[in-house]
Design a protein around this ligand. Structure first.
Ligand SMILES: O=C(O)CC1=CCC(=O)O1
Length: 266
């Protein structure tokens, strides 16, 4: 595993490459208020065969914040820029929540470079403008900390929070330590992002996955997305919240692996 940083679109993007660099590329894009470490227990299931790439989107983790207003196109172009920088021509993309919108946007901008997608706990449009504006205003005023507990309840199932208090506290720290500019910028991107039209034109194999206890993108929302994308399939993971990569990484990895095999993607 190597940790790297790349100059992308006027800022720096922190990324990790694991596994054979000449293997098929499997790229993970993470959710709002998280960094690439949420994929650690999934990466291990693929790094023997795949060129696995994880990264911190701008404003998150160790990536730069940049100086321009955020939108989904910008996040998608950062990922395309990272693939260009790494000389990766085509990828299997796995996106979680806002990472799922980023993946869908990449697929619409450079369809020839996306072999397939796994869309986890996401949709072509997330929430509504009022909800995002309320969150944006609250965080601009008081920071992320006061919303930490409420957001963690949307992220993690009650069972996980009860059984894994240390991990829950750790991921809460990951959330509240995200830069306000990066977090708010990405909320703005989510408020303004609407990929519903593009979803109906996706022409690669897609697996949609959702945790049954996801309060941020509930199963009905993810199932509806699967219905919009031609040929997409849907899997529900029982008893899990918004972040299956943290709660059930082995099961998530098995679903991804089966999808790759069933669709002869490598
Ligand atoms: O923080 C949340 O409410 C969950 C979430 C919404 C978009 C995203 O990426 O995470």
């Amino acid at each position: 595993m190597s940790l790297y940083v790349a100059p992308i679109n006027g800022t720096h993007i922190h990324y990790t490459q694991s596994g054979p660099k000449d293997g098929p590329a499997l790229v993970f894009s993470n959710s709002l208020g998280t960094d690439q470490r949420i994929w650690d227990d999934v990466v291990v299931a693929f790094s023997d065969r795949f060129n696995v790439i994880t990264y911190d989107k701008r404003g998150h983790g160790l990536s730069g914040i940049g100086t321009v207003e955020y939108n989904i196109d910008l996040h998608a172009n950062d990922l395309i820029g990272l693939l260009d920088y790494l000389g990766v021509d085509d990828v299997i993309l796995c996106g979680l929540s806002v990472g799922g919108l980023i993946a869908q946007k990449v697929a619409s901008l450079v369809p020839d470079r996306v072999r397939a997608m796994i869309l986890c706990d996401t949709a072509p449009k997330l929430g509504d403008a009022d909800g995002w504006n309320t969150r944006i205003d609250a965080i601009k005023k008081d920071g992320i900390e006061p919303l930490g507990d409420a957001i963690i309840e949307r992220w993690l199932s009650p069972i996980y929070r009860a059984e894994r208090p240390l991990e829950t506290a750790m991921y809460r720290d990951m959330l509240v330590r995200t830069t306000v500019d990066g977090y708010v910028g990405t909320c703005v991107a989510l408020r303004d992002g609407d990929l519903r039209d593009a979803a109906t034109k996706i022409a690669v194999p897609v697996l949609c996955i959702c945790g049954s206890d996801d309060l941020a993108t509930p199963p009905d929302v993810v199932r509806a997305m699967a219905g919009m994308i031609p040929g997409a399939t849907f899997e529900l993971i029982d008893g899990v919240g918004h972040l299956p990569c943290l709660e059930t990484p082995e099961l998530l990895s098995r679903l991804i692996d089966r999808f790759i095999k069933e669709n002869n993607l490598v």
